[in-house]
Design a protein around this ligand. Structure first.
Ligand SMILES: Cc1cc2nc3c(=O)[nH]c(=O)nc-3n(C[C@H](O)[C@H](O)[C@H](O)COP(=O)(O)OP(=O)(O)OC[C@H]3O[C@@H](n4cnc5c(N)ncnc54)[C@H](O)[C@@H]3O)c2cc1C
Length: 495
C-alpha cells in the first residue's frame, strides 16, 4: 500500500470493513486509489461520517460505480460505498410501493417485483446501479418524456446528514431537502431508506417495433409524432455518417401489453424468462464478446460496425413488431458483459467518456447536428450515439429540459485525451449558448463555471445554503464536487 494511503486508514472503525482499492469511474478514463468503507446500516453510515471527521478527510458516497466520470470518486479522501447496505425492506403487491435500503440494485428490485406483476417506473440502460446512486443522479429512462425521472417515482427517503441529523423527506416533509438531494449527487447526505412507486404490468414482455430514419430530422419527427402514445422511445445514431445522411440511425419503440394480450403472463413474468442468454447465437460465450469488439475498437472498425448496424436496422424496420422481455429491451447494454473493456484496460489511460448535452426543443436539431459535424471535422467521432426525448422536472439541479439529449461515447487514449477535452469545451460553449444543460452522472469535462451557467441562480443559492446546513464542515466532497461544484457552492450567486 502506498505510504500516503496508509495514513488515510489510521483511525479504524471496529465494525465497518475498510480496504484501499483502485476506484474508477465506469468509463475507466478517470481513477485513483482510495480507502473504501462499506457500511451495512444507518448506524455504520454515521460511524463512517465520524471516522472521516476524526481523520480530517473528505468522503464521497458511492453506489455501484456506474457513473461514467468522477461522480463517485475521491482521489483526496475516503469513499463510502453503500452497495452492501442492500435489503429490500418491504414491497406491497397491492400498491406497488417498494421500501429499499440504498444499496439495492435496479437488478435486485426488478427481480423482486416482476413476478408480482410490477416493473420499476424508471430504469437506466444498465441494471447495475443502486437505487441510492440512481436517486442521487436522478436518472432518466427511455420513457423520460412520458413519466419523468426516478425522482418523480420517489415517494419518500431517509437521509443521514454529516451534521449528525437523520431526516425523512417527501414532497410534504422537508420538501426542500427532498428536491435538492434527488439529483444532488450525494453532496447533502447519505440515503439510508428509499420508497419508490413502481408500475403495474400485465406481461413480462413489451411490444417492440423499429423505424430506420435517414436523417436526424426524420428521427426527431418520428419521436414527436409518436411520443403521446409510445411508452418508450430511443434512437441510435450512426455518428460516422455525414452529408445528406447525417444523423441516420435506428429507433426502437416499446409498449406495455394490455391485460389479456399476453396469454401466459405467469410464464413471462418469471425472472427466468427475462434472463439474457449466456451465449451469443447459442455457442459463443458472451463473457468473451468484448475481446472481439476490441478488435474493431478503432475508427475504421467502428465506422464499419455502425454502417452494418444501420443496414441491419433498415431490415428490422421492415419486419412486423415483435415481443421482447422487459429486461431484454431495457438493459440491452448489459447483453455484452464488460463491453467497455473493448476500449482498453490500462488504468486511467484508456477508456471512454460519455458526453451527453441536453438541448431545449427549439434549438435541439441545429445544435445536435452541429455537434456531430464538429466531431467528424475534429476526427473524434463518437463510437456510439443515443438520442432521447426529455421533459422538465422539479428537482433543483436537474439535467432535464423540454428537449433532447444526445449521449456520445468517445474513446480516450493518452494521445487523444487533450484534444478530446478541447473539443468538448468547444461543444459545451455551443450547448450552453443554446440554453442547454449537462448531466453529472455522465460528465467528465465541464467545470464549475459551466455548471453555474446552466443551473438556475436561485437553485444554486438555495443548494449552497442547504449544503452549509446539512454538511457544515464540507465532509461530503469528492472529485466531482471539486471540479464542478465547489466554486459556486462556496461563492453562491445572489438569488
Ligand atoms: C452502461 C450504462 C448505461 C447507463 N444508462 C443510463 C440511462 O439510461 N439513464 C441515466 O440517467 N443514467 C444512465 N447511466 C448512468 C447511471 O444510471 C448513473 O450514473 C447512476 O447514478 C449510477 O448509480 P450507481 O449506484 O452506480 O452510483 P455511483 O455511480 O456509484 O454514484 C452516483 C452518485 O450517487 C451518489 N451516491 C451513491 N450512493 C449514495 C447514497 N447512499 N446516498 C446519497 N448519494 C449516493 C454518489 O456520490 C454519486 O454522486 C448509465 C450508466 C452506464 C454505465
Amino acid at each position: 500500500m502506498p505510504a500516503a494511503l496508509r495514513s488515510l486508514t489510521l483511525a479504524r472503525s471496529r465494525r465497518v470493513p475498510e480496504r484501499v482499492e483502485y476506484v474508477e469511474g465506469w468509463g475507466m478514463a478517470l481513477g485513483a486509489f482510495a480507502s473504501v468503507l462499506r457500511p451495512r446500516s444507518t448506524e455504520e453510515v454515521l460511524e463512517c461520517f465520524a471516522l472521516a471527521t476524526q481523520r480530517g478527510l473528505p468522503l464521497v458516497l458511492r453506489g455501484g460505480g456506474n457513473s461514467y466520470g468522477d461522480a463517485s470518486m475521491n482521489s483526496r479522501g475516503l469513499v463510502l460505498d453503500s452497495s452492501a447496505f442492500n435489503r429490500v425492506l418491504a414491497f406491497d403487491p397491492c400498491t406497488g410501493v417498494a421500501t429499499l435500503e440504498p444499496g439495492v440494485t435496479i437488478e435486485k428490485l426488478w427481480k423482486t417485483i416482476l413476478p408480482l406483476g410490477y416493473w420499476p417506473r424508471v430504469v437506466s440502460g444498465t441494471m447495475f446501479p443502486t437505487v441510492a446512486g440512481a436517486l442521487a443522479a436522478n436518472i432518466h429512462g427511455k420513457n423520460n418524456y412520458a413519466v419523468g425521472t426516478i425522482g418523480d417515482a420517489c415517494l419518500e427517503f431517509d437521509l443521514a446528514l454529516p451534521s449528525g441529523a437523520h431526516k425523512t423527506c417527501s414532497r410534504t416533509q422537508n420538501a426542500d431537502l427532498f428536491h435538492a438531494a434527488i439529483g444532488g449527487f450525494g453532496l447533502l447526505g447519505c440515503f439510508t431508506r428509499i420508497v419508490l412507486q413502481t408500475k403495474r404490468v400485465h406481461s413480462g414482455d413489451v411490444r417492440v417495433s423499429a423505424a430506420s430514419p435517414r436523417t436526424l430530422k426524420e428521427m426527431m419527427d418520428y419521436f414527436e409524432a409518436h411520443k403521446r402514445e409510445a411508452d418508450y422511445l430511443v434512437g441510435w445514431i450512426d455518428a460516422f455518417c455525414g452529408g445528406d445522411s447525417a444523423g441516420r440511425g435506428l429507433i426502437h419503440r416499446a409498449d406495455y401489453l394490455e391485460p389479456g394480450e399476453d396469454s401466459q403472463p405467469e410464464q413471462t413474468l418469471r425472472v427466468a424468462h427475462q434472463e439474457l442468454p449466456a451465449n451469443i447465437l447459442g455457442a459463443f460465450p458472451k463473457s468473451q464478446v468484448w475481446r472481439v469488439l476490441g478488435l474493431f475498437n478503432h475508427d475504421p472498425g467502428m465506422r464499419a460496425i455502425n454502417a452494418a448496424k444501420y443496414v441491419a436496422g433498415r431490415l428490422e424496420s421492415m419486419a412486423p413488431a415483435y415481443r421482447q422481455s422487459h429486461a431484454g429491451f431495457a438493459f440491452l447494454l448489459d447483453y455484452v458483459p464488460n463491453w467497455k473493456w473493448a476500449y482498453g484496460r490500462r488504468r486511467g489511460d484508456y477508456g471512454l467518456i460519455q458526453y451527453q448535452p441536453f438541448v431545449p426543443h427549439a434549438h435541439a436539431h441545429a445544435v445536435h447536428s452541429e455537434i456531430l459535424a464538429r466531431c467528424r471535422r475534429a476526427g473524434h467521432v463518437p463510437y456510439l450515439g443515443v438520442l432521447k426525448r426529455h421533459r422538465p422536472d422539479p428537482f433543483w439541479l436537474t439535467h432535464a429540459v423540454d428537449g433532447w439529449s444526445m449521449a456520445l461515447d468517445f474513446k480516450v487514449t493518452p494521445s487523444r485525451r487533450a484534444e478530446l477535452w478541447k473539443l468538448c469545451a468547444e461543444l459545451t460553449e455551443l450547448v450552453l449558448s443554446a440554453g442547454g444543460r449537462f448531466y453529472f452522472a455522465k460528465d467528465a469535462v465541464i467545470d464549475a463555471g459551466d455548471a453555474a451557467r446552466f443551473l438556475p441562480r436561485d437553485r444554486m443559492a438555495a443548494f449552497a445554503a442547504l449544503k452549509r446546513e446539512c454538511d457544515p464542515r464540507t465532509l461530503l466532497e469528492g472529485d466531482l464536487y471539486r471540479r464542478a461544484f465547489r466554486e459556486w457552492v462556496e461563492h453562491p450567486p445572489a438569488p
